[in-house]
Design a protein around this ligand. Sequence first.
Ligand code: SF4
Length: 212
Amino acid sequence: MTDSQNHKTYTTMPGIKLGWLTTEDLERLAKIAGRYAPPMIKITGGQRLSFLGLSPEKLEALKKELNIHDKPRHSRNRLHNVQACPGSQWCKYGSGDSLAMGEALDKLVLDRPLPYKVKVGISGCRMCCCESWVRDVGLVAEKKGWRFIFGGNAGGRPRIGDVVAENLNDDEAVSLIEKCLNFYTEQASYKTRSARFMERFGIEALKEGILE
Ligand code: SF4
């Protein structure tokens, strides 16, 4: 067996905000990767980098060098992962600035810990490259503003999210998402993903709870 077959190890690099890398990041990562020579380097579905197949000793050394900790970096008062497409800054189809919205949501700190992880997908147009319909929180830019979708999931029991509101400007979208997440935190029990919560709770009850 090769080394990579023996070691089904991996580590995923957190902190690559919105899948956004600078040339300095790439140079540094290329140097480090060159030294450790992982059998596989992969971009994950969550727009992060994963190093696979290293021996446990090399993996530990790599994690130390990249400052990767086994404990989650975020407290549960923050969103687990925010994905954003290039949006109107860089894509000719974009009508919403997905990257700026992603930065705003990445900074969000909620009043209390969330029931479970919340993944966010932000797409700058209805082509929906960031799969916003199957994220806990989805935003899709339309000509008149953001469409906010809640309760989607792409996992083993997939669910298409419910449309909570449309035609939101940037501030309205952030503020409604915060309100929705605080409401979900109050109503859902610990370890209930938004998809399962919405199946039981229903979109009309959610709207009643968070829309004026
Ligand atoms: S969702 Fe639209 S704006 Fe975003 S990358 Fe895809 S085509 Fe471009």
